[in-house]
Design a protein around this ligand. Structure first.
Ligand code: B12
Ligand code: SF4
Length: 415
């Protein structure tokens, strides 16, 4: 078995806006499994078509949320060309069963498996129960390019330019909150054991990793556990960062995290307008968001805000509020994104509740390339704001972030 980073076998032709597949680097294989979100499934399809393999399987959030979602118009082969099978849900066990079944020439009973029948309808075998995450172990050793050296955060946290060898890690899956744009909302939290986290930290440190992105949905959700994880990272000499929400009111956790080597917290702020936060069901207010960011900065960490423009209900006035919040609060870095109704989110499942329609050419514009947002990239017709106004203000605010905050994620989505 080999694990390949799709970045390593492709590149992006910015001038012609197309993916270049490096055919000479595609190792022939029996079973090809590709993981894709909705944002990069276009590239996944192109890669699957080019790859010399006996059978090609698509897994990940896009396959899961389309196959299990309510909209039959998207469950058609044309949206999945290049793949022979889809697999849904968490597949650690089921994909192994698929590979074994493929060797034995019998995959008919493989759990989590989907395929298009002769009539073009999607059929699905039942899924296994969700795996017990305390029994799983990331195969860091199978992925030769899993760690990269790069800028870990916007500050020189280590006094050596801050270019550590970085890896990703989870301590838990799931999130109890209900944000309407998120596909992972209202899912049960399943935690890894501290012993498991300890062993991963130890392994990563022994492989030369110095920085870890903790990708849990809400890293700080349980204060004591969060401190224990911070202790583990510290004991292994690892700098780390994670994502949080602003519902914490006790600054002591942030101070503790900083003292243990946490260099950055990302906040799902999303908007500067109280009305828009309500529409998204964030359960926060602009003032609370400001307080959370401030608390993080006061503790000595980089505070990054994730912001989202173009959610249903957006108006020119709410974008003015967004700009004001940003300038008043001054987070250290901003991830500035255009809303897309990703499959799995409440907006995707119930577009009628948001007074929007999902057009037929779904997914053609979801993917993001880091190019400037244009009217072409706007997927939804919102009754509350025209595309021209939305794009104009989106670009204005991007310019303000570049000038005033100076650290903007460009929403670059690679294959
Ligand atoms: C970490 C993360 C990121 C990281 C990715 C880091 C990385 N190198 O992997 C970063 C920050 C870069 C990122 C960016 C984005 N993300 Co993100 N991200 C996540 C997050 C929090 C965790 C993903 C994860 O690893 N989960 C843990 C594993 C175990 O679950 P999993 O990925 O679903 O994989 C399981 C199954 O899907 C299946 N499976 C997966 N792959 C395969 C392949 C095969 C062959 C098989 C058989 C099975 C299989 O088995 C896996 C094991 O159980 C999820 C939310 C979540 N909690 O899942 C969002 C999520 C995946 N992201 C999402 C989005 C929208 C984005 C962005 C578009 C955001 C933006 N506006 O820029 C970009 C797009 C990135 C891209 N290239 O596509 C959405 C995707 C929704 C959708 N319909 O696709 C999610 C679900 C969150 C949400 N907001 O709803 N993201
Ligand atoms: S956006 Fe974050 S807090 Fe909201 S439901 Fe998704 S993972 Fe949870």
């Amino acid at each position: 078995m080999t694990v390949v980073d799709c970045h390593a076998v492709t590149s992006w032709d910015k001038a012609n806006k197309k993916l270049i597949v490096h055919h000479d680097q595609l190792e022939p294989c029996d079973v090809l499994g590709i993981s894709a979100t909705t944002a990069n499934v276009h590239w996944g399809k192109q890669l699957a078509k080019a790859w010399p393999a006996q059978v090609r399987v698509l897994g990940g959030s896009h396959a899961t949320y389309i196959a299990k979602g309510p909209h039959s118009q998207y469950k058609t082969p044309r949206y999945f060309d290049g793949f022979d099978y889809l697999m849904v849900d968490e597949c650690e066990e089921a994909f192994v069963q698929f590979c074994d079944g493929w060797d034995r020439n019998d995959i008919s009973k493989v759990p989590n498996l989907c395929w298009f029948n002769e009539l073009g309808f999607l059929q699905m075998n039942p899924s296994l129960p969700l795996p017990d995450v305390t029994k799983l172990w990331p195969a860091f050793d199978l992925w030769p390019t899993s760690f990269h050296r790069g800028r870990f955060t916007t500050r020189d946290y280590d006094g050596q330019g801050g270019m550590g060898m970085t890896a990703q890690m989870f301590s838990a899956r799931g999130c109890p909150y209900g944000c309407k744009f998120c596909a992972d909302a209202r899912t049960k939290i399943r935690e890894e054991s501290l012993d498991q986290i300890e062993r991963q930290a130890e392994l990563l440190a022994s492989l030369g990793v110095t920085c870890v992105r903790i990708y849990d949905d809400v890293f700080t959700i349980k204060t004591e556990r969060c401190k224990q994880i911070a202790d583990i990272m510290h004991a292994h000499g690892l700098w780390f960062r994670g994502n949080t929400r602003v519902n914490l009111t006790d600054p002591s956790l942030f101070r503790y995290l900083e003292s243990r080597g946490c260099v950055e917290l990302g906040f799902g702020v999303e908007h500067g307008s109280a009305r828009m936060l309500k529409a998204m069901d964030k359960g926060t207010t602009p003032d609370k968001n400001t307080a959370g960011i401030r608390m993080c900065q006061d503790a000595g960490m980089v505070a990054k805000a994730y912001l989202l423009a173009g959610f249903p209900g957006e108006t020119l006035e709410s974008l003015d509020e967004m700009e004001k919040w940003m300038l008043d609060t001054e987070p250290d870095a901003i991830s500035w994104n255009l809303f897309q109704p990703y499959p799995g989110s409440d907006v995707w499942i119930h577009p009628e509740r948001y007074d929007i329609k999902l057009p037929e050419n779904a997914f053609d514009k979801f993917w993001q390339t880091g190019d400037e947002v244009t009217e072409e990239s706007v997927y939804l017709d919102l009754p509350t704001i025209g595309k021209t106004d939305l794009v104009r203000r989106f670009r204005d605010i991007a310019g303000i972030i570049d000038n005033r905050i100076q650290h903007r994620d460009r929403g670059m989505v690679m294959a």
